[in-house]
Design a protein around this ligand. Structure first.
Ligand code: SF4
Length: 97
């Protein structure tokens, strides 16, 4: 079950695109080419942010979401986690002072 709204899906620029581009089954250069094609579609998508946040909230580990690859989302998850940790430490220092 989704933990994030999905009302944006119908507005996606990929609605009629080939799903294989967004979930490439090919590996190597062919898979990279398909993913790059998908990312070009995402660049002009008006619900890119919603799509990315959906993928992040639901831990989507496969495919192109919001213009990001699975590796991009791993990096983003780490960045957000680091930011939350730094924010918590900052608040702890302020309250201890
Ligand atoms: S951001 Fe990309 S994957 Fe997400 S809805 Fe838009 S076109 Fe589709």
């Amino acid at each position: 079950m989704s933990r994030y709204p999905t009302d944006w899906i119908e507005a996606g620029a990929c609605l009629n695109a080939d799903p294989d581009l967004f979930f490439p089954v090919a590996t190597g250069e062919m898979g990279s080419r398909q993913a790059a094609q998908a990312q070009r579609i995402c660049e002009r998508c008006q619900v890119r942010r919603e799509c990315l946040e959906y993928a992040m909230a639901n831990s989507q580990v496969h495919g192109i979401w919001g213009g990001t690859t699975p590796e991009d989302r791993i990096r983003l998850r780490r960045q957000r986690s680091d930011q939350r940790r730094r924010g918590r430490r900052g608040r702890e220092r302020v309250s201890a002072a």
